[in-house]
Design a protein around this ligand. Sequence first.
Ligand code: PLP
Length: 466
Amino acid sequence: MKFVSTRGRAPSLSFADTVLTGLASDGGLYVPESLPHFSRKDIAAMAGMDYQQLAFEIIWPFVGEDLSERELRDIIGRSYSQFRHRAVAPLVQTDTNEWILELFHGPTLAFKDFALQFLGQLFDHLLEKRGERVVVMGATSGDTGSAAIEGCRHCDNIDIFILHPHNRVSEVQRRQMTTVLSDNVFNIAMEGNFDDCQNMVKASFANQSFLPDGRRLVAVNSINWARIMAQIVYYFYAALRLGAPEKTVNFSVPTGNFGDIFAGYLAKQMGLPIDQLVIATNANDILHRCISDNDHTPKPLVHSLSPSMDIMVSSNFERLLFDLYGRDGAAVAELLADRSAPMHLSEVALLQAQKTFSSYRVDDARTIEVIREQYLATGYLLDPHTAIGVEAARRVRRSAEQPMVCLSTAHPAKFPDAVAQALPQTEIPLPAHMQDLWQREERLKVLPNDLSQVHDYMATMLSEGR
Ligand SMILES: *Cc1c(COP(=O)(O)O)cnc(C)c1O
């Protein structure tokens, strides 16, 4: 399968080159030239498959030229072996026709493990075949960093450097990163804010001469195609358990960069009977304003109780725009020429989007109420991101009969502050495998916001013995 850029001017690439490249040279994002399609009969035949078998069926058509069947099965097997629930992505019923899809049973307690466990295994395998070693570098305000570190810690062909703003990530999130003591994992606590970290990563990708010979930087951010692809699987998995392909199933997704919900859109395009996808946002509501009012104007970032959705502009939205504009790369390039400027969709594009997508915004005060109400009514504890998805689903669902699945993107123990505001009397213990998190040894390097000092540190670490 070939992959093309959403801006239409970069060369098309194979699957392997696409995942190792990241951003296209014309500034666009890679998408498949065409999607595989599963008939009702194909989907019916998937009923009863376990998570790993199903993942193989969904992913195989994308990768067939670069991996053998055996190789892909091994990669998938290793990717989901660290999950603590045998169902990998279990469903929990919270109302007559409402379910929670628990995506937090991976090593770092958030849904990003689904993509990053897979990406680490995939990278390592492709690099081994090419005889190449790379350096993963990324900035994090929390969830992505720990998931990326867990995904790469056992990879022989990767060294990983994650920058986080010193003293500005939560203690759970910091410890999830800094207590991984593998000798290919490096945590840099930078004296600055998250933007400073991101700018440092961007500057490093632009000039990589500080790296030892033969090494290059690779990105693991959510624009990587393999991350989106791995997330398509759990939409099929949940829908099959609720009666697809006979039944239509809908989903509500706590949304930041639009990666997770875009995977749901792809599942629908590939034949899964989905009618409605709900974009649930916090106060950072650019996508809600776009879908409901055709107002895509970037506004200053608001720090909310659901920090993993605090985003000014959602990068993966570009992939949807490409489809809405008839896969015309030039039209997308024109629309996105200035990402900080207000953008308005054409009437045709907006109506097309509204056929599938609804949206709703939930503020912090309501988020806390939803956590409390849900717990008092059913004893089920929602994390703040999931609470936003649940509330949005209840507000804008179109059908009371069709099952609504709310994606639970994080375990409540990961965001104890929000839960404590909702339920001051309630203890939320970390899951068993993390109970000793507070006792584990930490390793990190504090560095000033200075490009050459960061580069010197990286070069030294990379030349020491490895
Ligand atoms: C990353 C993240 C999100 C947002 O996902 P996107 O793919 O960026 O839309 C939501 N909730 C949690 C807990 C996350 O870590």
